[in-house]
Design a binder for this molecule. Sequence first.
Ligand code: NAD
Ligand code: USQ
Length: 482
Amino acid sequence: MAQHLMSTSCSLKPSTNRKPCFKPNQFSTSYPAFVRTKTFGSPFKSLVLQGKRTQSHCTVHATVAPISDEAQTKPNSGSHHSTTEPSNPTRVMVIGGDGYCGWATALHLSNKNYEVAIVDSMVRRLFDHQLGLDSLTPISSIHDRIRRWKSLTGKTMELYNGDICDFEFLSETFNSFKPDAVVHFGEQRSAPYSMIDRSRAVFTQNNNVIGTLNVLFAIKEFGEACHLVKLGTMGEYGTPNIDIEEGFITITHNGRTDTLPFPKQASSFYHLSKVHDSNNIAFTCKAWGIRATDLNQGVVYGIKTNETEMHEELCNRFDYDGVFGTALNRFCVQAAVGHPLTVYGKGGQTRGYLDIRDTVQCVELAIANPAQPGEFRVFNQFTEQFSVNQLATLVTDAGKKLGLEVQTISVPNPRVEAEEHYYNAKHTKLIELGLKPHLLSDSLLDSLLNFSIKYKDRVDTKQIMPNVSWRKIGVKPKTVAA
Ligand code: NAD
Ligand code: USQ
């Protein structure tokens, strides 16, 4: 459905084996709420009504429209190279390649001469429409993004516009592109979104768990050697009162010792969906010999990467609202518009954080150093840990240097989480593979704040305060802004 609403700016080239629209008994589990829209008022209601409902489950296998003359320019001489660059281009499918982490990663891998295909349903853009939200930065359509990339660098990225919960679509995509590695970013990734109401909770777990299961089945059936690089989250572990290991912990119990998955204590329906994914992936590695890397990523901040900097049409999205915005990015925008920084509760909540430039680096490192067949690898993907109070202090100090008067308020915590706790998470495996972290320096905060100031006229201050309560979630659908 999303593709019909979002793709009007570009003529698509449907595949010759384009499948008919949704059949109730096919394996697709995509957007089950559509079917019940009128009755139950699903989160998709408003746009289903605007869209062509009969086409909402169409599988569209699209490649980008023919490239214009400007695309014939020579490849960009500024392409970056690294020791991890493959000698023969490797085929990487980036699921969720239109999103915040996925777009930056797709560009980065393409720049490193990987053959990249983006798979995305554009559902993230749909969420914005439904909730009346927008990225701080203006973002181009995926078609314009890909065309611009081609015109600047000569590099092509294929586009498969569809929902990975639709197994027929995913099968065609796999058989057409034949990936050596799949990087899977394509999930509903907001904890608050998953806690709006029952239908969003169900959507989140359905979309994420079924999507990942389909990817596992697709690898088993069509690409046994393919390496799955799956984006998990540090939030799978929760905040235990012991050090957090990278995936596994060796325990001696009643005189016997074993190495077991580290205990999971996720605290939103979104974070729980990641736990379920991890269990499914670990099981299929064992049962079917799938090779997988679970990247338990911390909170990502920042906007610019070498590639998104090349042209305004390559600009990434930047969320600051109470549903999709994440802590540090939100604080920078709040400081820029003179809104007090929204520390939830006591502010001792500590998490791992990383610069988006390190997200793309980590994914590249995981691809270039694949897991072995049957191996389920877990890397904790973050570079530094901060409490929310520490972030607020850092942003306040950086703001002062730019002449901003930054206040902080304590907002009653809408979440159920520890506000003061021990936190010490290991994160050495990616460093051992060669990660060179971009730490949160004064200069980066300056640049993030300046960036936020540049776009501050686009900020809708009504979207800043949180209004999704973990405790008040109910079965009644919230059809207007959350
Ligand atoms: P995002 O919402 O910006 O991007 C996700 C993309 O996946 C969107 O473009 C969306 O349209 C697509 N998508 C979702 N469901 C799909 C489906 N069923 N079929 C096809 N496409 C689908 O999210 P992001 O911030 O880029 O996060 C990417 C991944 O990284 C997520 O899995 C998230 O859990 C993980 N992660 C993100 C952060 C962060 O701070 N942003 C931190 C840790 C982990
Ligand atoms: N927080 C505030 N004020 C705010 C926003 C957040 O105090 O204005 C607090 C939250 O209560 C929480 C912490 O900051 O304790 C982090 O919240 P967040 O919204 O920045 O991040 P979170 O909801 O955990 O989710 C984000 C991404 C998700 C990813 C996760 C990584 O949206 O996709 O999985 O970060 S992690 O946090 O390590 O689980």
